[in-house]
Design a protein around this ligand. Structure first.
Ligand SMILES: Cc1ncc(COP(=O)(O)O)c(C=O)c1O
Length: 390
């Protein structure tokens, strides 16, 4: 709870973000090796930037779009959902949002009443937990089984269901673990959702970044799940468009007016200039996406090789997707205060990482490393860590 009488209990229940705290501290360190941000470090592809500039020059961007987005963008998104995600989507079932984040927030706000429980597999993206709290819902954290490659524990999920459970919220590929939940697991999850009348909210931000034969699967593609799923996506990761703030969600048509009621007070509509850029991204050449993926595969393999050389300090599960991994810290018998560990690593070795505790209690004694950086940056960070850990 906040001790400031001006703040609502709702925001008072939310703690400081360890991710932003590490970013603040990292800025104070000169020539830091930066592995703590989940943000693509590549620039946005040229044809996407030119589309934004062109739209501004043609005078198309001064006003609002429809609250659901530009119709031609909704149409292009529906086509992508049908072809890539196998989601049977119509343009009228799409809301273009301010990144995936606003879509997720609108989804949570639209379906969660105060006291409703939302099951999240942990460790998970901390923003999801905060979104549930800010909607006055109750996050119920179900630990992933790290020893089995961060497997989703379906039996534990069943046991976590109570009469107050309203939804399950997850990201796949996962931030922070890089786990790609496979089709069989998500089919089991859908059975649980259907048996118990639960909504499933997905965050598929890293859908295009999977490796080693892991396939991205959208639970919203299961026909029986149409009424029970809100699927959230983004242009941020796929096209290195972090600052454009544009994403989208899909839900069955009858739910769209309800989600729109939550979307409008936060956003009215997604930035129009960014919607034109997004249109160029989704309709244009997809080579840029393949190049980003190929690069992340190289940096993932490099990071794994470098971690192997530090096997007395870290144990890790090789990520099948995203551009993140979540090694366990072995020093102190696996009972390390991750915030303290990451601060020391920053101050004494000049390597910026994110403490695992930021991703829920089961994240303690871990740290998150991002490989959406150059090979040089990975090598610089690991040269320093090798010197530091001796
Ligand atoms: C799982 C996940 N979802 C969503 C986001 C943010 O997406 P957006 O920029 O589209 O709001 C991030 C950013 O790190 C993320 O890791």
């Amino acid at each position: 709870m906040s001790d400031d009488w001006r703040a609502s209990n709702r925001v008072g229940r939310i703690g400081k973000s360890a991710i932003h705290e590490m970013t603040r501290l990292s800025k104070q360190v000169e020539d830091v090796a930066f592995l703590s941000w989940a943000k693509p470090t590549s620039d946005t592809p040229e044809h996407i930037k030119q589309a934004a500039i062109g739209a501004i020059e043609k005078g198309l961007t001064a006003g609002y779009s429809s609250t659901s987005g530009l119709p031609q963008l909704q149409q292009a998104i529906a086509e992508k959902l049908n072809s890539f995600n196998r989601i049977n989507a119509e343009a009228s079932e799409i809301i273009v949002t301010v990144g995936a984040i606003e879509g997720l927030c609108a989804a949570v706000m639209a379906i969660i009443d105060p006291g409703d429980e939302v099951i999240l597999p942990t460790p998970t993206y901390s923003t999801h937990i905060r979104q549930v709290v800010i909607a006055s819902g109750k996050p119920v954290l179900v630990p992933l089984v790290e020893e089995e490659g961060f497997r989703w524990d379906i039996e534990a999920t069943k046991r976590a269901i109570t009469p107050r459970t309203k939804a399950i919220l997850y990201c796949s590929p996962s931030n922070p673990t890089g786990t790609v939940f496979d089709e069989a697991t998500l089919r089991q999850l859908s059975e649980i959702a259907l048996e118990n009348n639960l909504m499933v909210i997905t965050d598929e931000a890293y859908e295009f970044f999977t490796f080693d034969g892991h396939q991205h699967f959208s639970i919203g593609s299961i026909p029986e799940m149409r009424r029970n799923t809100i699927s959230c996506f983004t242009f941020t990761k796929t096209y290195a468009m972090t600052g454009y703030r544009v994403g989208y969600l899909h839900a069955e048509e009858s739910l769209i007016p309800q989600i729109t009621k939550a979307h409008i007070p936060f956003a009215i509509c997604a930035p129009v200039v960014s919607q034109y850029a997004a249109l160029a991204a989704i309709k244009g050449d997809q080579d840029c996406v393949a190049k980003f993926r190929d690069h992340y595969l190289i940096t993932r393999d490099l990071m794994c090789e470098r971690l192997d050389r530090l096997s007395s300090v870290f144990a890790y599960v090789k990520p099948g997707g995203s551009y993140l991994m979540f090694p366990k810290i072995l020093v102190d018998g696996g009972k390390t205060d991750s915030s303290l560990f990451c601060r020391k690593l920053l101050q004494e070795a000049r390597v910026s990482t994110t403490p695992g505790i930021a991703f829920g209690p089961t994240g303690e004694s871990h740290l998150r490393l991002s490989f959406c950086v150059s090979e040089d940056e990975v090598n610089k960070a690991f040269d320093r860590m090798e010197a530091y850990f001796g």
